[in-house]
Ligand binder design. Sequence first.
Ligand SMILES: [Zn+2]
Ligand SMILES: [Zn+2]
Length: 100
Amino acid sequence: MVAKRKPLGKCPHCEAMVQAIVIEENNLRRDVCVCPECSGKILVCRTPGCKDYALVGENYDDELCPDCMASVRDAAKTVVGTAALAAIPILVGKALSSDD
Ligand SMILES: [Zn+2]
Ligand SMILES: [Zn+2]
């Protein structure tokens, strides 16, 4: 039987560009693959268009590859920062209008 291969992407373990070998085909969750370079277990990244691989954890699997995780973290930080700045005038306004 010829092993199924995934498209070329970056392994999160060894950072080599590899075509992961499918070791466990799944319908509901993602196929479990193994890196041909370091034999680490990997999954395809959930980001549309991203061909890199995510780590397989003991209790949970990473949804995204390390690069996509980093960009999601940065985006979250920006959103939180903007929300915090937007909240300041509201808080100040409340403090000023409470004349009792
Ligand atoms: Zn690897
Ligand atoms: Zn990705």
